[in-house]
Structures are given as structure tokens and as C-alpha cells.
Write a protein that binds this ligand. Structure first.
Ligand code: NAP
Length: 244
């Protein structure tokens, strides 16, 4: 049990990639805090983890509100593994982007991880160990028309990941990025089949990922098996060279 004795906080653990990460971390022995807004979804993930013999609890917070983020960090207590997964993606060209949606992308995809690292990394430093995995997107490195604010908010997160890796490396805290390609989640289920097929065709494998395939990269980086890896971006994207 690679994660035995460790507490992991997974933001957006109620759905999609975060849900798969929460379940895999619990399978590896972590005590998992499943974060989200939707209490029913949260309860369902906790029940699934407990039914398999794992440990989990749900914490509710709206990551669009700084006070709620600080409360979440406080209620979570000592966290050994932080997975900054919650995020939004609205693919809009600049001409259609509203100021509110601009702010929401920066707030959920960049500011929330920042505030959580700020609140939880000092405890990791004090205990001499910790691991943070930030979920970005392939779109941060391969900008595409229409993904503007989404790509930019995640590119900022990737830059911060490198900075945090440097800030905390000597104190035993590793910080890495997982950059998924298109992945089957409630978020992408909302897309129409043609769009999803077109997105799948941008990968060398010509298919989208299952959330568990992304989660296994996250749990690897979070675990002690990745003890000499920090500041890395691990693309889980079905073969990037095919993307033009
Ligand atoms: P999803 O199915 O849309 O689920 C989003 C998760 O984030 C849910 O757990 C949701 O909680 C939570 N969330 C959303 N807004 C929130 C808010 N204001 N406060 C707190 N929690 C909030 O997402 P996904 O597709 O699994 O994506 C997860 C991450 O992977 C995102 O950061 C996304 O950018 C990244 N990613 C996804 C893909 C993909 O193709 N799916 C590709 C590359 C990167 P509730 O259940 O409470 O609503």
C-alpha cells in the first residue's frame, strides 16, 4: 500500500478525473478527502471507496470563493498529498469570452490551486514530506484556436508548478503537473459526438482517454515511487506528435 498512512486531498474529486484519482489513491491506502460542491456526488464517491475497504470523507467548498478555499484548507487539516484537479474549460474565441468567464477560469484553474498550495505546503514542509500534483491540459502547451483563456489559465498553473517545485524541493515537497489530453468525464460527455470524435482524432491513438488512465499517472507522481521527480510535466495525451 504505497500511500498507507498518508492523507490526500483531491479537489473536484466528485467527478471525472478527480473521482478516478480519489478512488485510486484510496486503493493505494491513502485516507482521501474528496472535495467538490455537489454533496450527492461526494457521498457516492465516499461510499464507493468505503465499500472497497478504503477510507474517505467529503468536504464541500466552492473554489470560486477565496474564503471557502481557506475554510477547505483548514477543515482538511494535515494533508500529505494535494491534487489540484477541479477546474473548468469553456472553449471560446476571444471575441466571445465574457469578463465573468475570464475571471472564473483564472479563479478556478489558477488562483484556487495557488491558495491551496499557500495554505497546505507549509505543513508539508514542517513534516518534511509532501507531494502536489496539478492537473493542467495538453492545451497549455499546444494552444489551439478557441481555447484561449482555458489554455492561458492552465499555462499559468504549469509555470507556478515549476516555481513551487523549486521553492519546496529542498524541504521534501515535490510538485508536478499532469497534462491530460481529451478524457471521458461528465464535462466532456456534454460535448456532441462529432466534436468529441474530432478531438479524439487529434491524438496519435485516435481515441479519448478513460479517467482511470489519467489517474494512474497522477497517483504515480503523488507516490513515493516518483521520489526523484519534481517540476515535471507528464503528458497523458495519447500521443502528442499527431497534433498539428
Ligand atoms: P468535470 O467532469 O467537469 O468535473 C469537474 C470537477 O470539478 C467536479 O468534481 C466539480 O465539482 C469540480 N468543480 C467545478 N467547479 C467547481 C467549483 N467552482 N468549486 C469546486 N469544485 C468545482 O471535469 P474533468 O473533465 O474531470 O476535468 C478535471 C480536470 O482535468 C480539470 O482541471 C480539467 O481542466 C482537466 N482536464 C480535463 C480534460 C478532459 O478532457 N476531461 C482534458 C485535459 C484537462 P462538483 O461535482 O461539485 O460540480
Amino acid at each position: 500500500m504505497a500511500m498507507s498512512g498518508l492523507t490526500a486531498l483531491v479537489t473536484g474529486g466528485t467527478a471525472g478525473i478527480g473521482r478516478a484519482v480519489a478512488i485510486q489513491l484510496a486503493q493505494d491506502g491513502a485516507d482521501v478527502i474528496v472535495h467538490g460542491r455537489d454533496a450527492d456526488r461526494g457521498a457516492s464517491v465516499v461510499t464507493e471507496i468505503e465499500a472497497a475497504g478504503g477510507k474517505a470523507r467529503f468536504l464541500q467548498a466552492d473554489l470560486g470563493a477565496a474564503d471557502d478555499i481557506k475554510r477547505l484548507a483548514h477543515e482538511a487539516g494535515d494533508v500529505d498529498v494535494l491534487v489540484n484537479n477541479a477546474g473548468i474549460y469553456k472553449f471560446l474565441p476571444t471575441s466571445d469570452m465574457t469578463e465573468d468567464l475570464f475571471d472564473l477560469h483564472m479563479s478556478l484553474n489558477t488562483k484556487a490551486p495557488y491558495l491551496l498550495v499557500q495554505a497546505l505546503a507549509p505543513g508539508m514542509v514542517q513534516r518534511g514530506h509532501g507531494s502536489i500534483v496539478n492537473i493542467s491540459t495538453l492545451a497549455a502547451a499546444v494552444p489551439t484556436k478557441g481555447t484561449g483563456m482555458y489554455s492561458a489559465s492552465k499555462a499559468a498553473l504549469e509555470q507556478l508548478t515549476q516555481i513551487w517545485a523549486a521553492e519546496y524541493a529542498e524541504q521534501g515537497v515535490r510538485v508536478n503537473t499532469v497534462a491530460p489530453g481529451p478524457t471521458r468525464t461528465p464535462g466532456t460527455d456534454a460535448m456532441d459526438a462529432d466534436t468529441l470524435k474530432a478531438v479524439a482524432d487529434t491524438t496519435a491513438m485516435r481515441r479519448i482517454a478513460e479517467p482511470e488512465e489519467v489517474a494512474s499517472a497522477v497517483t504515480f507522481l503523488a507516490s513515493r515511487r516518483a521520489s526523484y521527480i519534481t517540476g515535471a510535466v507528464l503528458e497523458v495525451a495519447g500521443g502528442r506528435p499527431a497534433i498539428g
